[in-house]
Design a binder for this molecule. Structure first.
Ligand code: ADP
Ligand code: MG
Length: 226
């Protein structure tokens, strides 16, 4: 089943002589359960692509479908709801709410919709991510690796169509970085969670089953490993 589809996506910043084509004709299809790495040098358009896939930003041209819905046509309020329910985003610097406990940070997407968590699923993911004993701590009391585990739990809690992770290991040392990649792999395998992982680290990309490489806003290679 196709979860994500990009057709002719372009994103132009600026105007006149100062124009930059951050994305220049992206066609991409992602199937349910795929774990894909998006690689590319700094400035190749990785974050721009992630923001468009996550309906944080709109393309200048082209269309993006998530589970068959064209997200490029959505009004901002609807896009915000869609993002919360259908897309889990994990950032390099965690983006946790510092005044909320780990438990409340994880449950925030549900709380904003006045929904109660499925306790079994909550227990399963905090156990899988190794943070079950830190639920009452504040983010500032956690290590970087633990903060990122919390951010991953928050991204998973809604069972989104897709998890988008933008350089999630970029702020971590090698050991923590390897652990976070292992946990993303586990989320992919145990929950059949579709994941798009953005990285410029070749070692990280090699852990996934498919690697899409960007250069100057274009896909220059798309390789699946058998
Ligand atoms: N808000 C913006 N305004 C103008 N140019 C931008 C903006 N965001 C990104 N760019 C430009 O678009 C290109 C791609 O950027 P980005 O998607 O951040 O790349 P990456 O994440 O691969 O480093 C770069 O040339 C960058 O300078
Ligand atoms: Mg970036």
């Amino acid at each position: 089943m196709e979860i994500l589809r990009c057709e002719g996506v372009r994103k132009i910043y600026g105007s006149g002589a100062g124009q930059v084509a951050a994305l220049d004709g992206i066609d991409l299809s992602v199937e349910k359960g795929e774990f894909t790495a998006v690689m590319g040098a700094s400035g190749s358009g990785k974050s721009t692509l992630l923001h468009i896939l996550g309906s944080v930003d709109r393309p200048t041209e082209g269309r993006v479908f998530v589970e068959g819905t064209d997200i490029t046509l959505m009004k901002p309020a609807k896009a915000a709801l869609f993002r919360r329910r259908k897309v889990g985003i994990v950032y390099q610097f965690y983006n946790l709410v510092p005044t909320l406990t780990v438990r409340k940070n994880i449950l925030l997407p549900l709380a904003l919709d006045r929904r109660k968590p499925n306790q079994e699923f909550f227990d399963e993911i905090v156990k899988m991510l190794g943070i079950a004993d830190r639920l009452d701590a504040l983010p500032g009391q956690l290590s970087g690796g633990q903060q990122q585990r919390t951010a991953i739990a928050r991204a998973l809690i809604y069972r989104p169509a897709i998890v988008l992770a933008d350089e999630p290991t970029g702020n971590l040392d090698r050991k923590n970085s390897e652990e976070i990649v292992e946990l993303l792999k586990l989320s992919n395998k145990n929950l059949n969670q579709t994941i798009l992982l953005i990285t410029h680290d070749e070692k990280v990309a090699l852990e996934t089953e498919r690697v899409v490489t960007l250069e100057d806003g274009r896909i220059i290679s798309d390789r699946k490993r058998g």
